[in-house]
Design a protein around this ligand. Structure first.
Ligand SMILES: *Cc1c(COP(=O)(O)O)cnc(C)c1O
Length: 372
């Protein structure tokens, strides 16, 4: 990214040589991202300011450009707020929503998707992988369902928020058969404030940002050249290290989870333990507040999360954990352990050394706790 912050500062939309150097860098990044997603054409990739904007552009842009095809939207109960809120906003504007349950394993049932589809369904938006529990949704099945339903005069589109899946597992837009797919830079070790949307050729979106012809007229505004370059490099690196994530990082995650479930009483794993990303574990600790454990671990140099970063500060128990059918008490004690490529075996040792005593200490402080 550095050269594009210092010497090669051209505007990618300018015609002079500085501009063309920047444009070439943006094009290279488009190829790198297209390769990671197996998109047939690089110009199916639109760069945005991140996953949130991509979800807004995908959902709003699609229904606004194609509203004559219907006003019913299907989503899952555990979508990221950037999908859920956009759908709820559209509901206020006259769209109808069907929210699919995810059951105790945190996964939607393809039969439910099929049963929810109506003549006026225009869009199905179901995430590829959940950000709190890592569960994988049956997106390939949804993709083929949507393709089977298409006929002349009747259209239905499929968007997937793949922000958590891209760079963690193989994501192939042709295999999924989606029309739109969101991704984000900082979730794949790239820079913050940049992301993108895969838009299948022929899919029309109503522009949400107007005032320029950038990104094929779909997203006006001068390109964030250093950010896009960083995202492109991150995409290439992520693609070449997927196997490492699937073996080394997966074994770290499994060690964390198995060790905690074995040694810490009243620890409950959240979500399906097989059909999920290799780098996330989510565990509820009964009788303690997740936030308290988060702070206790943070003071010992370990960063974990409760819920998503986007809803933290709300003190409400995680809606995702509640959607699994657990009561508030279990949802309040939920902690997400997310691993990245930089984590080391020593860090896992440290977590497993410190966590059981932190949990025990917090429980002992609670007068009502029913724990030995
Ligand atoms: C982080 C995240 C987003 C938002 O992406 P930003 O780039 O932070 O705006 C959207 N969806 C999911 C599933 C996420 O994990």
């Amino acid at each position: 990214m550095m050269p594009y912050l210092t010497d090669d500062f051209g505007n990618a939309s300018s015609i002079h040589t500085f501009g063309q150097t920047a444009k070439m860098a943006v094009d290279r990044a488009r190829h790198q991202v297209a390769a990671l997603l197996n998109a047939t054409r690089p110009n199916e990739i639109i760069f945005t300011s991140g996953g949130t904007e991509s979800n807004n552009l995908a959902i709003r842009g699609l229904v606004e450009a194609n509203s004559r095809h219907g006003n019913h939207i299907i989503l899952s109960a555990i979508e990221h707020p950037a999908v859920e809120s956009v759908c709820e906003d559209l509901e206020k504007k006259g769209f109808e929503l069907t929210v699919l349950p995810v059951y105790e394993n945190g996964i939607v049932k393809i039969e439910d998707v099929r049963a929810a589809i109506r003549d006026d369904t225009i869009l199905i938006t179901v995430m590829a992988a959940n950000n709190e529990i890592g569960t994988l949704q049956p997106i390939n099945e949804i993709g083929s369902l949507v393709r089977d339903l298409r006929r002349p005069g009747k259209k239905i589109w499929f968007h997937t928020d793949a922000v958590q899946a891209v760079g963690k597992i193989r994501v192939d837009v042709e295999e999924i058969g989606c029309d739109l797919l969101s991704f984000s830079g900082h979730k794949i070790n790239g820079p913050k404030g940049v992301g993108g949307l895969y838009v299948r050729r022929g899919v029309r979106l109503h522009t949400q940002n107007i005032g320029g012809r950038q990104e094929r007229g779909t997203r006006a505004g001068t390109e964030n050249v250093p950010g896009i370059v960083g995202l492109g490099s991150a995409a290439e690196l992520a693609g070449s290290t997927l196997d490492d994530l699937d073996t080394r990082i997966r074994s770290f995650r499994d060690r964390i989870e198995n060790d905690i479930l074995e040694r810490v009483p009243d620890a409950i794993p959240n979500g399906d333990r097989t059909t999920r990303l290799p780098n996330i574990a989510n565990i509820s600790f009964r009788s303690i507040e997740g936030e308290a454990l988060l702070i206790a671990l943070d003071m010992q140099g370990i960063a974990v999360s409760t819920g998503s970063a986007c809803s933290s500060g709300s003190l409400e128990p995680s809606p995702v954990i509640r959607a699994l059918g657990h009561g508030d008490a279990v949802a309040r004690g939920a902690i997400r352990f997310s691993l990245g490529r930089q984590n080391t075996a020593e860090e896992i040792d440290k977590l497993l050394e410190l966590l059981p005593s932190s949990v025990a200490r917090l429980r002992s402080l609670q007068p009502t706790a029913k724990h030995a």
